[in-house]
Ligand binder design. Structure first.
Ligand code: SF4
Length: 288
């Protein structure tokens, strides 16, 4: 397939066929995000995508998973998405799960019936970037969404049994707002009870708008210890029985994995042990 610009996917989609249905992100305004800043947002024609898939289906029919990129593929019209899903189902017989990134805004713009149609045609999981459960921080980073909109989107997904994988970011509130980031994010996860939660750690990139605030001192980056205290505080406050919890992203200072709530004490012990020994993953291993 042809790929355009930067293509990102969740770590768990490493073996998936990546289909780029949009290029970039329709919002593209989040101050911490560097991913698509240099790319104009484009919705690709479904005919063009299918023409490219025609060239690879005979050679690589073995894919079991498909990930529809880029930043918020759910922005596509439902009729176009259904056409794409139908093509995948017909031509890649081994595929048992199709997923994509989605914003809460995209989800809320679709009716429950539309989401159900997508689910019934194979779109089984959405990766949604909450980033934070604190409305003040969401406004600071220009996410363009509120926790109320997250809650509404999650309720819709639950109605159609769509699985949800949520990303949250330790350090997004800087040193000033770390406590409210941890506690209010724990409250939002408790309220929405997603299937998966992945913690990322804040990183500053030169082409992200927040870089200027970082250089001027307006945004203070928490230290490794402070980031771990923030994740610890989140774990002390969250209540989301059965949610799979991970911090396996390259940005993290410690790798954590378990199931909420039963593994919370073990996860906190791992954090405390890392704090005691100060054996944080080095920058090189965190892809910095
Ligand atoms: S964080 Fe997500 S929604 Fe925000 S600009 Fe980046 S890709 Fe778009």
């Amino acid at each position: 397939m042809n790929y355009y610009g930067n293509v990102f996917r969740p770590p768990s989609e490493a073996r998936s066929l990546i289909i780029q249905a949009t290029i970039g992100c329709s919002h593209n305004d989040c101050t911490f995000c560097y991913m698509y800043k240099d790319e104009p947002f484009i919705i690709r024609k479904i005919d063009d995508i299918i023409a490219e898939l025609e060239t690879i289906r005979d050679y690589f029919p073995q894919f079991e998973r498909v990930f529809i990129a880029d930043g918020d593929a759910l922005v596509l019209k439902t009729t176009d998405l259904l056409r794409l899903l139908e093509y995948i189902n017909k031509n890649f017989p081994n595929v048992n799960r199709i997923s994509s990134y989605a914003t809460a805004g995209d989800i809320n713009r679709k009716s429950v019936e539309e989401l159900k149609q997508l689910y019934d045609n194979g779109l089984k999981m959405l990766y949604i970037g909450f980033e934070s459960g604190d409305d003040e921080i969401l406004a600071d980073i220009k996410k363009g969404l509120t926790t109320e909109e997250y809650i509404s989107a999650m309720e819709k997904c639950k109605k159609v049994k769509m699985q949800t994988s949520i990303t949250i970011i330790a350090g997004l509130g800087g040193r000033e707002k770390w406590k409210q980031n941890a506690i209010n994010t724990a409250k939002l996860i408790t309220k929405t009870k997603p299937d998966y939660v992945s913690y990322l750690t804040m990183r500053i990139y030169k082409n992200a708008p927040i870089y200027e605030d970082y250089i001027s001192g307006k945004f203070e980056m928490p230290s490794a210890e402070e980031i771990l205290y923030e994740i610890r505080l989140f774990l002390e406050n969250v209540d989301s029985e059965g949610t799979i919890f991970r911090s396996n992203h390259a940005s993290n200072y410690v790798l954590l994995g378990g199931t909420l709530n039963k593994d919370i004490s073990g996860l906190i012990e791992t954090i405390d042990d890392t704090l005691r020994r100060k054996n944080f993953r080095p920058g090189m291993m965190r892809s910095l």
